[in-house]
Design a protein around this ligand. Structure first.
Ligand code: ZN
Length: 239
């Protein structure tokens, strides 16, 4: 499986606290545990030519992971559109944390994707609400994260095709933290945890979810539906 991990990669360069947690960037932390799981992983970042996402890169990518936050506006319209088209054509997409406000996710959802937030070291308990789902394989009834940013409802997304996790936060809010969508031939998984000032991507259960999710969003069906004017399959009798 060919995975591309895309990261805005700005907080790590500008905030020493974030660089202390992710010295080579969030993308390298994620790429590391996916490589260990046996996947072919490359990374791409905002400041590269075409944001590191040329048509050739997108075409050979089976699954794209997206982490962005403070520079969503700097992502070129044509790149966001090209990513959306590849998802409709079958590329798997995992949108992480503050990627909820990315052009790519908003285009695919068709809503604002807005939510409530707070940076106050809330404890997060993320409950598995679909234990039959392949993305939850190997997990217990919940994942506990000692400190995280709070995201709260209402989360302005369309009703997910599959709801997999709901988080509770110490301050009292809840949030649909793991939500799956199908768009065209593509599968999309939104996964909430991963604020840049916490070491969340080193959490073993968070890694397990992402490792399960890359398998789930990958399209294994290479056939394409045929659209447009269609000759009848059966003889149609004249009435
Ligand atoms: Zn955040």
């Amino acid at each position: 499986m060919n995975i591309t991990v895309w990261n805005e990669y700005r907080h790590e360069k500008e905030n020493p606290a974030v660089a202390g947690i992710y010295p080579d960037g969030i993308h390298h932390a994620i790429a590391g545990f996916l490589q260990e799981a046996g996947h072919t992983v490359t990374t791409a970042t905002l400041d590269e030519e075409e944001h590191g996402l040329s048509q050739e890169v997108l075409e050979r990518t089976d699954v794209l992971l997206w982490w962005g936050h403070k520079a969503h506006d700097e992502v070129k319209e044509e790149t966001a559109e090209a990513v959306k088209q590849r998802v409709l054509d079958g590329m798997g997409l995992i949108v992480l944390h503050s990627g909820h406000f990315s052009k790519v996710f908003q285009k695919l959802m068709g809503t604002t994707c807005d939510l409530k937030w707070r940076e106050a070291d809330d404890r997060e308990r993320m409950w598995v609400v679909d234990p039959s789902h392949p993305i939850t394989e190997g997990l217990g009834p919940y994942i506990e994260i000692e400190k995280e940013e709070m995201y709260g409802e209402h989360f302005d997304i369309p009703a997910p095709d599959e709801l997999i996790f709901i988080s509770w936060f110490e301050g009292g809010e809840v949030f649909r933290s793991g939500a799956a969508f199908k768009r065209g031939r593509g599968r999309i998984f939104y996964f909430r945890p991963g604020h840049e000032t916490y070491p969340t991507y080193y959490h073993k259960d968070v890694q397990k979810v992402i490792k399960n999710a890359v398998k789930w969003v990958k399209n294994t069906d290479t056939s394409r539906p045929v659209y447009g004017n269609a000759a009848p399959i059966e003889h149609i009798s004249k009435k």
